[in-house]
Write a protein that binds this ligand. Structure first.
Ligand code: GLU
Length: 452
């Protein structure tokens, strides 16, 4: 069977670095295998899921370059979950329970106080058909649990190695709530089986779910015949290098904020997330293909990877430094900077840490600016020593050479007052490249202290 992986984000919030990492690992793996990638919105919780979040997830994945081959929405499959529930009921695998949350909480408390694991004690299995009929007649609505087998559950995890859960250590999972809403644990397996998912790659917070879901999968196999249980890979959960909990910084670690507020390139995010927590070096990838080629589950370590925004910005700058004009052009056009030509791009991009900075350099060289005159005497002398044309990349060295000869100034003492007068900035691209961009007229006016 050819490889098919899926990600199943809930449209109850924005994609953040944690779920992007999961998406990326799935995508890299399946692209390497020549397989398919499915986006399946886990939107059965109709109260918390929104269309706006669903659209944001799709937009963010596309922007990251993580395109999908197949798309599904769990909210469109309620009939199917209902059908499977009926089949599980008929097969004696699903049973009705009537405990409410308080009763369940009390049970757990009493089990814990007796040193027992807080798993569902299957009291509902003791109900007779008459008990059940009476409860329903009295207006009580059942929720439905799946009866697990007591056999141990084992699998070979691509990241975590051999995993084993003793039978009887797990609670019978609730498949469908009393209001008829099917739950994640259940829908996810029905979908994975129906859609022939071959590998489930997700966070290690799902390890216990996997043990239960393997049994549900086997329950489906008892109904429909054998489909191989998918191969699992559970990724250690990402943490923030700052030591803060990711859950507290979800907003600022969303793809939207990295893109819109921090000006991060999609390839920078992919480069960092593909490599943190692996045995490979963390560096800027030249393309997604690069990351596909080097992907290997064996390289993923067991300890939680640390997401460091300093690394992200370092990689981001590298990506911009090696970006060609052809790559930049469509984005420049989209920003309204159609006039930026190859010479301008080449003059400034090595100095940018974020793509948006191009706008500042365009404004500094092409729009009115109040010069900073830090040393009036020297600037006056500099204005008088400007070489006669042509105005090109040699102008700066001719000019500053003459100034050194006349004043003895060198280094910072020489160029900083000029840089401030001409750009009002202490840092920036080489002045040799800036001077032709600023142009002769503007240079003269700025040296004369005029806003020009
Ligand atoms: N909605 C679940 C999550 O985002 C899906 C987990 C899974 O991949 O099965 O954690």
């Amino acid at each position: 069977m050819s490889t098919l992986v899926r990600i199943a984000p809930s449209p109850t919030g924005f994609l953040h670095v944690g779920n992007v990492r999961t998406a990326l690992m799935n995508w890299l793996f399946t692209r390497q295998q020549g397989g398919k990638f499915m986006l399946r919105l886990d939107d059965t919780d109709m109260e918390r899921s929104t269309q706006a979040f669903a659209e944001a997830i799709e937009r963010d994945l596309k922007w990251l370059g993580l395109g999908w081959d197949m798309f599904a929405k769990q909210s469109e499959r309620f009939e199917r979950y209902k059908e499977v529930l009926e089949q599980f009921k008929a097969a004696g695998r699903a049973y009705p329970c009537f405990e409410n949350q308080e009763e369940l909480a009390l049970k757990r408390k009493s089990q814990l106080s007796r040193g027992l694991p807080p798993i569902y004690n299957r009291d509902a299995l003791k109900l007779t058909p008459e008990d059940i009929a009476a409860k329903i007649a009295a207006g009580q609505k059942p929720h439905w649990r799946f009866k697990l087998n007591d056999t141990p559950v084992v699998w070979d995890d691509l990241v975590q190695g051999h995993k084993s859960f003793p039978g009887g250590a797990l609670s019978d999972p609730v498949l469908v709530r009393e209001d008829g809403v099917p739950l994640y644990t259940f829908c996810s397996v029905v979908d994975d089986a129906d859609m022939n998912v071959t590998h489930v790659v997700r966070g290690e917070d799902h390890v216990a779910n996997t043990a239960v879901q393997i049994q549900i999968w086997e329950g489906l196999n008892d109904l429909y015949g054998g489909k191989p249980v998918p191969t699992f890979a559970h990724l250690p959960l990402i943490t923030l290098a700052s030591g803060e909990e990711l859950s507290k910084r979800l907003g600022s670690m969303s793809v939207a904020s990295l893109r819109d507020e921090m000006g991060v390139e999609p390839l920078a995010i992919a480069s960092l997330l593909a490599k943190t927590g692996t045995s490979d070096a963390i560096e800027a990838a030249s393309s997604m293909d690069d990351l596909i080629k080097t992907f290997d589950f064996k390289k993923i370590g067991r300890s939680p990877p640390k997401f460091d925004t300093k690394d992200l910005m370092r990689i981001n700058a590298k990506i911009i430094h090696s970006m060609s004009y052809a790559q930049a052009k469509p984005r420049l056009d989209a920003m309204g900077l159609n006039a930026v030509d190859e010479a301008f791009w080449n003059a400034v991009h090595q100095n940018m840490a974020q793509f948006n900075e191009i706008k500042n350099w365009w404004q500094i060289t092409h729009e009115k600016l109040a010069p900073v005159i830090s040393d009036a005497e020297f600037i006056k002398q500099a204005a008088a020593s400007l070489p006669a044309g042509p105005w090109d990349h040699t102008t700066w060295s001719t000019w500053t050479g003459a100034l050194t000869a006349a004043t003895g100034r060198k280094g910072k003492e020489l160029f900083m007052p000029l840089r401030l007068a001409l750009t009002a900035q202490e840092h920036g691209p080489e002045m040799k490249a800036m001077l032709p961009l600023i142009g002769e007229a503007r240079t003269k006016a700025r040296l004369a202290g005029q806003t020009a």
